[in-house]
Design a protein around this ligand. Structure first.
Ligand code: PT1
Length: 268
């Protein structure tokens, strides 16, 4: 999944891709690099980022969806606002990626009336304040899984088919930079809900690209965390992640080709 920020304050590209034309150029490059899903976002949700007004978010995101429909690549929209979800789906979005896990009033009603895919993410607190002070858990892996279980149960009770849902532990969203994030990565399969029969019905989506959980280790600013991001992507793939949300599509696709060859190898 390639990240397409349509925001003037994007945390890792200095806002160079805020304009529609720049978003299109970046989308074309991602397509050439072998992206499978494009995730379009009109509001930055990194820690401390300011909220964006509904009309501004719509003006950023909708024209990009309408134009990229012609590329016939699955389109995801990164939003928690039910009104943005509704317009995005009407414009042809295939998947709604909600960092709030469809907790905003009206969000479930929008997606139940469609056949779109969903990404249900765990977040403790809210973007403005989630990294202020130390996030606290008794058992981060269990608490993330139980949250995702409750969200999926509510969505399914409202009529959203299980097969439409993916889940995301929400790296960097109310997690301590090292301890919580790396516990979640190390135990990635245990962050996803399972049925009473132990079947894992939900694909896991992860987003670690250029985040501070990498910066804290390699001590580099966000644009220089590409190698660390690729390493994190390979780790996540090995831990069973189905969808990996990244800024840097080309190096990630290369790295995952190597990982996949190993996975698929037969004893020679
Ligand atoms: C994510 C994600 C997202 N991350 C999904 N959607 C962001 N499904 C936006 C930092 O610590 O992981 N999953 N949409 C971006 N959010 C952050 C969070 C960016 C933390 C940076 C950090 O640096």
């Amino acid at each position: 999944m390639g990240i397409l920020n349509v925001t003037p304050d994007s945390f890792s590209d200095g806002g160079r891709y805020s304009a529609f034309d720049d978003a299109m150029r970046r989308a074309e490059q991602m397509l050439a690099d072998g992206v499978d899903i494009i995730d379009i976002g009109g509001e930055s949700t990194r820690p401390g980022a300011p909220p964006v007004a509904l009309d501004d978010e719509l003006q950023r995101v909708i024209p990009v969806i309408e134009t990229l429909k012609a590329a016939h690549v699955p389109l995801s929209v990164d939003t928690y606002k039910p009104e943005v979800m509704r317009h995005a789906l009407a414009a042809g979005a295939d998947l709604i990626n909600d960092i709030w896990g469809f907790r905003m009033p009206g969000a479930i009603d929008v997606v139940r009336a469609s056949e779109c895919g969903l990404c249900v993410m765990h977040m403790l607190g809210e973007p403005q304040t989630m990294q202020v002070g130390e996030p606290n858990y008794m058992d981060v892996v269990r608490e993330v899984r139980e949250f995702l279980e409750r969200r999926c149960a509510e969505l399914e009770a409202a009529g959203v088919a299980k097969a439409r849902i993916s889940v995301d532990p929400g790296f960097g969203f109310g997690k301590s930079v090292i301890e919580h994030n790396y516990a979640l990565l190390a135990q990635l399969p245990e962050t996803a809900p399972v049925t009473p029969h132990g079947v894992a019905p939900y694909p896991v989506l992860v987003g670690m690209s250029r985040k501070s959980m990498l910066g804290a280790l390699v001590k580099r600013p966000a644009p220089e965390r590409i190698t660390a991001s690729v390493a994190a992507a390979v780790c996540a793939a090995q831990k069973g992640a189905a969808i990996i949300r990244v800024h840097d599509v080309a190096p990630t696709v290369d790295a995952l080709k190597v990982w996949r060859a190993m996975r698929d190898a037969v004893r020679a």
